[in-house]
Design a protein around this ligand. Structure first.
Ligand SMILES: COc1cc(-c2[o+]c3cc(O)cc([O-])c3cc2O[C@@H]2O[C@H](CO)[C@H](O)[C@H](O)[C@H]2O)cc(OC)c1O
Ligand SMILES: O=c1ccn([C@@H]2O[C@H](COP(=O)(O)OP(=O)(O)O)[C@@H](O)[C@H]2O)c(=O)[nH]1
Length: 432
């Protein structure tokens, strides 16, 4: 809550005069849940009456409700007030295809997923790449997933942070109704990559960037596991051994476990490197490796000419940033949508080399598995070269898409024309 409040305060202070924030009353947070989807969804459910009151109190014409990925219950407000709703889907189109497809998968596949799963537009999907939510059909979070897939059909459109050229197959499958039993799905607007490239002014380049300045072109492997990514100490040792044996240069963002693991306090801490890393590791890799113990400027790092590969947890923003700068990936997914995103970049886009892992052991990767994958990506072999070429192709596609003549720009234009045409003046309730 305090993170969100800080963010809104920053936006307000930055003079976002064309945005008016309505502060809704807070709701009691649930203290139990079976997964992030259910938890967020229940909080949203509690907000629905406040959203309804706030929207129906608006004096201006309302063009649309734009609902975040988890705001499915707020579709009730759109229905009750007859205001069109659009979902803003912050993950990729592959994940959207799976969500839309999930109600029919429930009917087609009895019991646990055992064989390859059919997600139209993607190659056959091994169940190990499904979100954990789909792996336990008895959990309330599984029910949330299906409910979301069903109710997204009520939206007028779905805006996805992607580009048509990045996910052609799944976008075509959604548009042709192949994910929704032949029923026409809401229009999808691929409008992306939405990446903020504005960095806060700095007196001098960040230490990570200065270190990269002294490294040869395309020689450094960058490892970063997102804003919440942290790994247990045993896994940290395996990574250290894998990197050391690979012989390649690296920049590793290593975060510590949270101090307080109670609900809502899951943010990583700054790592104590002396405690976490194997003895002598920093000395042995001096000059060719940098371990950074706190948040790093990921986009500036990916933009640097010395970076030649990215070990990523496959958060969708990280994938888009990697493609934007043409950096091939080694996917190391940890949770939520990330396994499916990993599948999409390896088998859909071809811009990544696969990394073997044991998902049943918390996505555990052995040193030898990491060493092999790093050599494959960074060592000049066929697999790495192909991934690099694909990443460069995707880089061009991303940049073309957001040009005035590009596909994402055209998609944004179509959306704004539709929005302007659909504004509704709601009957006055007298509250605002
Ligand atoms: C908002 O806080 C969290 C979000 C997620 C999360 O979980 C998730 C689960 C699914 O079954 C399907 C999803 O698509 C999905 C997406 C998702 O968040 C989005 O993830 C993207 C990263 O790939 C990106 O960051 C978007 O901005 C997110 O909206 C999971 C989570 O903890 C595990 C959260 O705290
Ligand atoms: O040390 C870090 C870790 C993350 N990020 C940024 O945080 C976002 C992470 O988003 P993503 O969707 O990849 O993963 P999430 O953090 O939501 O799991 C991306 O913009 C990264 O560039 C960063 O700048 N520095």
């Amino acid at each position: 809550e305090s993170d969100i409040a800080d963010h809104i305060r920053r936006e307000e202070e930055a003079g976002a005069t064309d945005i008016r924030f309505l502060h809704l009353p807070s709701v009691p947070l649930p203290t139990d849940h079976t997964g992030v989807e259910e938890w967020i969804s229940r909080i949203v459910q509690l907000h629905v009456p406040h959203i309804r009151a706030a929207v129906s109190g608006l004096a201006c014409p309302v063009a649309a409700l734009v609902l975040d990925i988890f705001f499915t219950p707020a579709l009730d407000v759109s229905r009750d007030l007859a205001v069109p709703a659009y979902v803003y889907f912050t993950s990729g189109a592959a994940m959207l295809a799976l969500l839309l497809r999930s109600p029919s998968l429930q009917d087609e596949v009895e019991g646990d997923f055992e064989g390859p799963v059919d997600v139209p537009g993607l190659p056959p999907l091994p169940p190990s790449f499904l979100p954990e939510t789909l792996l336990d059909k008895k959990s309330p979070t599984y029910t949330w997933f299906l409910y979301t897939g069903r109710r997204y059909m009520e939206a007028k459109g779905i805006i996805v942070n992607t580009a048509a050229e990045l996910e052609t197959g799944v976008l075509a499958a959604i548009a042709q109704g192949r994910c929704t039993r032949g029923v026409r799905a809401p229009t999808v607007y691929p409008i992306g990559p939405a990446i903020s490239l504005i960095s806060p002014p700095a007196e001098q380049p960040h230490e990570c960037v200065r270190w990269l300045d002294s490294q040869p072109p395309s020689s450094v492997l960058f490892l970063c596991f997102g804003s919440k990514g942290m790994l247990p100490p045993l896994q940290v040792h395996e990574i250290a051994h894998g990197l050391e044996r690979s012989g390649h240069r690296f920049l590793w963002v290593l975060r510590g476990l949270p101090l307080d693991a109670t609900m809502g306090a899951r943010d990583p801490t700054d790592a104590n490197l002396a405690e976490l890393l194997p003895e002598g590791f920093l000395d042995k890799t001096k000059g060719r490796g940098l371990v950074w113990p706190t948040r790093a400027p990921q986009k500036e790092i990916l933009a640097h000419a010395a970076v030649g590969g990215f070990v990523t947890h496959c958060g969708w923003n990280s994938i888009l940033e990697s493609l934007w700068f043409g950096v091939p990936m080694l996917p190391w997914p940890l949770a939520a949508d990330q396994h499916l995103n990993a599948f999409a970049v390896v088998h859909g886009m071809g811009a990544a080399v696969p990394l073997e892992m044991d998902r049943k052991r918390g996505n555990y990767v052995q040193a030898a598995q990491l060493e092999r994958a790093v050599r494959s990506l960074m060592g000049g072999g066929d697999e790495g070269v192909k991934a690099r070429e694909k990443a460069m192709e995707m880089k061009r596609a991303c940049r073309n898409a957001v040009e005035q003549s590009g596909s994402s720009y055209a998609s944004l234009q179509r959306l704004s024309e539709e929005l302007v045409g659909g504004a509704v003046l709601l009957p006055k309730t007298g509250s605002t």
